[in-house]
Design a protein. Sequence first.
Lengths: 289, 256
Amino acid sequence: MESPVMLAAGILGTTGASLRRAALAGAGAVVTKSVGVAPREGHRGPTVVQVEGGLLNAMGLPNPSYRNFQEEIDIGRGGGAPVVASIFGAGAEEFVEVATGLDADGFELNLSCPHADRLGAEIGCEACNVEAITRAVKEEVNVPVWVKITPNVADVVSLGLAAERGGADGVVAINTLRAMAIDVESGMPILGNRFGGLSGPAIKPVAVRCVYDLASALEIPVIGVGGIASWEDAAEMMMAGARGVQVGTALGMIEGYGVFRSIAEGLSAYLDRKGIDLEELVGLARRAT
Amino acid sequence: MRPISARIVEIVQETPTVRTLRFDRTLGPVPGQYLMVWVRGIDEVPMSFSYRDGITVQLVGEATRAIFDLEVGESLGLRGPLGNGFTLSGERILLVGGGVGAAPLALLGEAAAEAGIEVTTLLASRCCDDLLFLKRFERIGEVVITTDDGSLGICGRASVGLSALRLQEFDQIYLCGPEPMMEDVIGRCAGMETKIQASIDRYFKCGMGICGSCSLDPSGIRVCVEGPVFRADRLAGTEFGRYRRGASGIKILRDG
């Protein structure tokens, strides 16, 4: 990877054109929007609402199914960065069906979407499911498999360890935090799905803590995601132990596609100023204490 | 922003399937900008501003059905104004509106007339009953009408009406209507692409450029934040006129 700054799953990754654009804008790798076995239109609107410190969303895993997605991955590869397919399913069988049905440079198992019935976090909150699904996919594919885990549990590390036992090549943390917003005029929940997941600056400290804990406990690499919008955010996440970072919400809220380059350049200038390399930055906070 | 609650103060039945809702507040839009309209408990859908304080809605599905069921005094949740609207330039402009697409052009035309710009409108619809805002357009300048069934004005599509106009005389042409109509008009204005601004329609979910459902192939232009108004030369070579994507992201090819 040329840059440790990647496009996070669920953001703009619906089409190959968007993935390619993110890669051309400097993303070191791009993760697709999650795809499953069958087409889904997603939840009713509002699917996204801006709240204090971030965005609240319940898209509801809209996707065209893996059967209609290979072309998008291939177009996305035209941007020159690896394309990682985020995939979801109701169980190991569906995950395997999607993974074996796609040719991608890697897979990210979505075991953490907080707002879809019997999918994502609803199965990914159990360590035994995480381990079994990871193992099942790993047995069938020859590319790296990352597991994106949910922070909406008492013990995030147990999920990371489960992914590691299942053979994962990396853990991605965190997905959004379960959250809700209510319209005071009517008393109605704003999201069409009533509740959803919080992303953006508000969740960064939570993500930093999760990454710190995971990186302390796991042998496999941890990729940090959650509220990263600047090089300082990326540096902080890497100091917590992340070997790479993913950016999502900042693409909408701050500066669009330019965010990849601005983070990568800022990070590189910072490393020069400190006279250290990326390798030394990773986990610095754990060594400093 | 969270949705702002706006109370409906007036409802006008414009055509058999089109209704205008005026609100108790304006969101201060530039003509061509849009807003996300939340019908509480049903859905949130994008709509162009047809007035500084109003939208004009065609009955097409569940969300618009729910909007039609609302009465004066009831409210909607509004997020906006969003996106990039039309840019006014030149001394003589042409508006080409098809069906309910005439809505944002009426607001634009009024702003243009107020600024002393000479406005001509080509107003197209299936039949005379469906012509939208004819009086508003007549108040600001000359109007050429086309109807598919010939019930009023020139019989035929909007592009047929273009032959009644001397296109070279216009400094800028503004388009909003069904995609085949806009593509046809752009095609007949060959060489003038940099003078044409078109408001296009894609599946919007987030309205803030992050979900990707409205991204235009092949370059990934995010219509909800980089549009919905584009200069026609920017649309050349894109999926515009050929296909669009539905809610799941599956491509929907243009009929025929």
